[in-house]
Design a protein around this ligand. Structure first.
Ligand code: ATP
Ligand code: FE2
Length: 321
């Protein structure tokens, strides 16, 4: 069975094609800006412009024809309404045109399930760290649950906002990763874990003040910021591992590409006897393959959806699935 999955929750429009348990294609095209963040209308405009080409590229890479597709899936939420609407519209159109079923899936859970497919992880705690999302997720007691999350902005947006402030441009995550390696002096920053939740807004303000004081180098700030914020993420992840009595940690989301976060996660797992699983970058970033895989999995479990139930769900929570 072949599923074509469409991702469009934010700046990335992605199309993945999965046949049974094999990813045949995973093509993305992302909207970028020279300065400033995502403007929803412009991101949606980008998705409209490139959607045909991304679908075509994915089919070519998979070496299949459109009519060979058996199922269409798409990210139904959570995400930016303007962007979600384009993916949903393309999915519905393909479904009607090909006369094949369509399934809307939850984006956050897709990150977890693609990790289980492509690594040896069996039942992991997922540290899902992207632009808009920061959640520690696990399947426990018969459902997906969030064990900890951000109380304000996602860690990726926090990194990008700080990078933009110090003039590194967007996306700043990869640039901060590099710059932090040159840092030598650790500067104490607020460490904000409240119960199992985290908050990044205050740390951002504090970093901006420190940057404006001109008393510190950008490298030292980047280094100290990463050490502090990644320690917060891993503290909560480790407590979730113990709480759920699980033995595996999986990283997912764009920030999971960060080399220092990967290193710290591996160290933590080594020390507490759990296993750490890290995906290839193309599957950490938002991508269509994970949407195709989750669609296929849910279809095989018996999920059916009518076109009228395929409206977008911008605020769909992981624990509502
Ligand atoms: P969501 O999944 O919430 O819809 P998104 O589209 O913003 O959000 P991703 O593409 O998963 O999310 O992640 C974007 C984040 O990942 C940005 O903060 C970016 O700076 C960071 N990032 C991307 N690539 C790398 C990299 N190679 N190293 C470090 N950080 C990276
Ligand atoms: Fe994502």
């Amino acid at each position: 069975m072949i599923c074509l999955g469409i991702e469009s929750t934010a700046h990335t429009f992605g199309v993945g094609i999965v046949k049974d348990k094999k990813v045949l294609a995973n093509v993305i095209d992302s909207y970028t800006t020279k300065s400033g963040g995502i403007i929803p209308v412009n991101a949606a405009e980008h998705h409209i412009e490139i959607c045909d080409k991304v679908i075509q590229d994915a089919l070519e890479r998979a070496g299949i024809k459109l009519k060979e597709i058996n199922l269409i899936s798409f990210s139904q939420g959570p995400g930016i309404g303007h962007c979600l609407r384009i993916g949903a519209m393309v999915a519905r159109s393909l479904s009607l045109m090909l006369n094949k079923p369509v399934i809307g899936v939850n984006h956050c859970i897709a990150h977890l399930e693609i990790g289980k497919l492509l690594t040896k992880a069996n039942d992991p705690v997922l540290l899902y760290v992207s632009g808009a999302n920061t959640q520690i997720i696990a399947f426990d007691g018969g459902k997906y649950r969030i064990f900890g999350e951000t109380l304000d902005i996602g860690v990726g947006n926090f990194l990008d906002a700080f990078a933009r402030y110090i003039g590194l441009g967007f996306p700043g995550g990869p640039k901060l990763d590099k710059l932090a390696k040159e840092g030598k002096n650790f500067i104490e920053l607020p460490y904000v874990v409240k119960g199992m939740d985290m908050s990044f807004g205050g740390i951002l303000t504090n970093l901006k003040q420190k940057f404006n004081s001109k008393k510190y180098t950008n490298a030292d700030l980047a280094y100290s910021m990463q050490e502090t914020v990644f320690a917060m993420l891993l503290e909560v992840s480790e407590r979730a591992i113990y709480h759920c009595n699980k033995k595996e940690l999986l990283l997912g989301g764009g920030v999971a590409c960060n080399s220092r976060l990967q290193e710290m996660a591996k160290t933590m797992c080594k020390e507490n006897g759990s296993k750490c699983f890290i995906l290839e970058n193309q599957f950490n970033l938002d991508n269509g393959a994970m949407i195709a895989w989750l669609g296929l999995k849910e279809y095989k479990e018996g999920k059916k959806q009518n076109i009228k139930d395929t409206g977008i769900r911008p605020y769909w929570r992981t624990d509502e699935v």
